[in-house]
Design a protein around this ligand. Structure first.
Ligand SMILES: C[S@@+](CC[C@H](N)C(=O)[O-])C[C@H]1O[C@@H](n2cnc3c(N)ncnc32)[C@H](O)[C@@H]1O
Ligand SMILES: [Zn+2]
Length: 359
């Protein structure tokens, strides 16, 4: 027996395979979402020690669970861990995930790679019939810190902005939407979160050319002013940018293409939250995260409250007060899980400024 760890309701030998204890939060949430959705057929396509897939088998009540990894050492560990936890019914595979995904269809597919999921998206889009769950740990390329790598992987351009975490996540979602559209499928995001150094998305897959067309309506661009920080979203496949900030007349940069549509399904997140709260894997952090995600208004991007106050040279009150003031003035507003200082609203830049000035 090698190095053993306990996580959720399983005990795992993780020696010689990749196991990241910091991803436990992501796995706790993944198990709860999978159970809440009533998934019956699930593939952990890049399973390593089997931490994700074996927990799904044990805790989420999924009938058919398959775990796959290309590494022989990982496959040996998954077999040992499945036996040790009484999960012999799981199917254990040792394929290149891309080959497996081209050969077989699965209801739900989980992609949890090292770095970027981009190399697996095309095959996963073809194989997934009900759900696609994706982790991306390459936040530097997604958010613009490694620009060229991001362009190669996602064929999209991010710009430096306060809301770079959401921008990166929406670039990932936009890439997935386009991969699905190529095989006549659409998507509805169920839960989206960017936590620590990764982004994680849970998508409902909707087969059909019409669904794909509908999904592509969620694509667009963000026009971002370098000088004052004002931004606006511009829906469409083709970028129609004025190139000039409507507030300060400075040059506006364009980010995208990216996903502008909804990223949270409040009702489904509520069900996942209920499952999580009944489970032994429940943590305050996971509950808080899901609550924040469920409470986010359906508007792309956010403003950084501190930077807004600095730009307008006003003493910062609390972010909650600004949200309240915006709501009182008749606008939609919420906090965001992407950052503790973020404010989402449908109010125009000028309205936010006037509210800040009036306090
Ligand atoms: C980040 S780890 C997975 C972590 C795991 N899901 C967990 O929660 O602990 C990525 C795994 O993908 C495997 N892998 C990399 N390329 C692969 C490929 N083309 N096909 C199948 N597995 C692959 C690696 O061997 C590694 O075990
Ligand atoms: Zn401006």
């Amino acid at each position: 027996m090698g190095e053993m760890v306990e996580e959720g309701s399983v005990t795992l030998n993780v020696e010689g395979a990749f196991y990241n204890p910091k991803m436990r939060l992501s796995r706790d949430i993944g198990v709860a979402v999978t159970k809440a959705l009533g998934v019956n057929d699930y593939l952990d396509a890049l399973a390593a020690s089997g931490a994700r897939g074996l927990r799904v088998a044990k805790e989420a009540g999924v009938g058919r669970v398959a775990l796959n990894d290309i590494s022989p050492r990982a496959v040996a560990l998954i077999q040992e861990n499945a036996r040790y936890n009484g999960l012999e019914a799981c199917e254990i595979l040792s394929s290149n995930a891309n080959v497996l995904l081209h050969e077989r269809r699965f209801e739900a597919i989980d992609l949890d790679p090292f770095g970027s999921p981009a190399p697996f998206l095309s095959a996963a889009a073809r194989s997934a019939m009900g759900y696609l769950f994706i982790t991306a740990t390459d936040t530097a390329p997604l958010c613009g810190a490694h620009l060229k790598s991001g362009i190669r992987k996602y064929m999209a351009v991010p710009v430096k902005a306060d809301h770079h975490r959401e921008m990166g996540t929406r670039i990932l979602l936009g890439t997935v939407a386009r991969e699905l559209a190529r095989v006549d499928k659409g998507m509805d995001p169920i839960l989206t979160h960017a936590t620590d150094h990764y982004a994680r998305v849970y998508l409902k897959i909707k087969p059909g050319a019409k669904q794909a067309d509908e999904t592509l309506r969620g694509m667009g661009y963000i026009e971002q002013c370098r000088s004052c920080g004002r931004w606006r979203s511009a829906p469409g496949i083709v970028c129609r940018s004025g190139g000039v900030c409507a507030y300060c007349s400075e040059r506006a940069e364009v980010a995208g293409p990216l996903w502008l549509g909804p990223i949270q399904d409040r009702e489904a997140i509520g069900r996942a939250l209920a499952v999580l709260e009944r489970s032994q894997a429940c943590s305050d952090r996971a509950v808080r995260l899901l609550q924040l995600c469920a409470d986010e208004i359906d508007e792309p991007m956010y403003y950084d409250h501190h930077r807004l106050c600095r730009r307008f040279k006003v003493a910062p009150g609390t972010a909650d007060d600004l949200v309240e003031d915006l709501r009182t003035a008749g606008w939609k507003a919420s906090r965001t899980h992407f950052t503790g200082v973020g404010i989402k609203t449908d109010a125009p830049f000028e309205v936010i400024r006037d509210i800040l000035y009036s306090n």
